[in-house]
Design a protein around this ligand. Structure first.
Ligand code: MLT
Length: 338
């Protein structure tokens, strides 16, 4: 009994001591973390691109990685993680260590993938931090150079007659080339054979080589080939013509009323990336997008840098949510298979 009492007397101070030690170690961990955040970055950062190298997303990523890295004082290494319309990469980033050393650039696919793929292993609204929107890119409906129809009217008539024979390339479910192709096929009431690639970089090469017939792709990589007549161009997907190719009509004015697909891009980090680190990354992104040489390069491809208010956590998060609500019901109504 006496012994028990003695133990009890000792227990309280020992318990308090343990509490004190654990509080101290929490404080010192928090202090170490805040010091690490202050010093960030101290080693190269990975920017994950979910499509093939040389394609539209890769080009935008590599353009901004250089000035972003310069302003952070560390290299940003672009890493291509391919597959399933960008969702393999998105899943990898969602599960990566949230320390600021893994970043992710993804386009409108971040909003369309959940409706295109019921088995998605991540949630775009819960598993990421939002660094900011980047650019908006128009698309163009293209065919191989020797494809018979010469304008949209002829193309629609041709596709209705040859539905089973014509192939349309895309970059998989979640890819904007797939979305654009689906909107187009739905608008004219045909179902073409689609050929998935790991990005529109390789898909466009095959279009140039004549291995596939049609592709809806971004202006980022296609403008020089449109201007030099290496492909047939039926129309731009935005409501207005593009200053860089003023002779190409919009799909809307050629008869597909309301056709409006523009590709927005955002930069993300895994959920839990510390706020001070996100702030530094956002500042670097803003600096990159304000760089006149970047602006000139984007202009060449009819790419619009978004207004600075959208280069923000809230700007990207709000836009993503709006786009999920815009495309989700449309895609589900069209009953598009996974
Ligand atoms: C790419 O970079 O390959 C494209 O953005 C793919 C696509 O979404 O069509």
């Amino acid at each position: 009994m006496k012994l028990l009492k003695m133990r009890h007397h000792f227990a309280i101070p020992v318990f308090s001591l343990l509490l004190g030690i654990s509080a101290l170690s929490c404080l010192s961990l928090a202090y170490a973390q805040s010091k690490a955040d202050e010093k960030f970055p101290t080693r190269p950062i990975s920017l994950i691109v979910p499509f093939a190298a040389g394609g539209p997303t890769d080009i935008v990523a590599r353009l901004i990685a250089v000035p972003m890295g310069k302003s952070l004082g560390e290299t940003i290494i672009v890493e291509n993680v391919l597959g399933a319309g960008g969702t393999v990469a998105a899943n990898k980033v969602a599960k990566a260590k949230p320390d600021g050393y893994t970043l992710f650039i993804y386009h409108i696919g971040m909003a369309t993938a959940p409706a295109l793929n019921d088995k998605l292993a991540y949630d775009p609204m819960k598993d990421f931090e939002y660094i900011g929107q980047v650019v908006d890119v128009p698309m163009v409906l293209l065919a191989r150079k020797d494809f018979p129809p010469n304008n949209l009217k002829e193309l629609i008539a041709y596709l209705k007659k040859n539905e089973k024979k014509v192939t349309m390339a895309n970059a998989g479910p979640g890819a904007v080339s797939q979305l654009c192709g689906l909107v187009f096929m739905d608008a004219i009431g045909v179902k073409l054979t689609t050929i998935p690639y790991k990005g529109t970089g390789p898909a466009f090469n095959d279009l140039l080589g004549g291995q596939v017939d049609l592709l809806c792709d971004q202006t980022t990589q296609t403008l020089p080939f449109i201007k030099s007549d290496k492909v047939k161009t039926y129309g731009v997907t935005t409501p207005k013509r593009l200053p860089s190719i003023p002779n190409i009509p919009t799909l809307d004015e050629s008869g597909l009323k309301g056709f409006d697909v523009k590709v927005w891009h955002g930069i993300y980090a895994p959920k839990g990336t510390p706020a001070p680190v996100l702030k530094k990354l956002n500042t670097a992104l803003k600096a990159a997008l304000s760089d006149p040489t970047i602006k000139a390069r984007m202009d060449e491809s009819s790419i619009d840098i978004v207004p600075m208010a959208k280069v923000s956590e809230q700007g990207l998060k709000d836009h993503l949510e709006k786009e999920i609500n815009r495309w989700g019901p449309l895609i589900r109504k069209a009953n598009i298979p996974d």
